[in-house]
Write a protein of this length. Structure first.
Length: 60
């Protein structure tokens, strides 16, 4: 059961990350390697925060 919930959590973070990266790519004009790395990292942080926020609201 723990493996399933861990897999679901990972899937949620990956979906958040993908959505944030796509949004970021839509808002910039030219993509350089450094910008891609920074944007992907920021999207990763945003994905983890989004999951934590959703879990906090769901526990209420």
């Amino acid at each position: 059961m723990k493996a399933r919930s861990a897999l679901l959590a990972l899937g949620e973070v990956v979906l958040w990350w993908a959505a944030l990266v796509v949004l970021w790519l839509m808002l910039i004009s030219i993509v350089y390697t450094l910008e891609w790395a920074v944007g992907a990292g920021a999207a990763g942080v945003g994905a983890v925060v989004a999951r934590a926020g959703r879990r906090a609201v769901a526990r209420r």
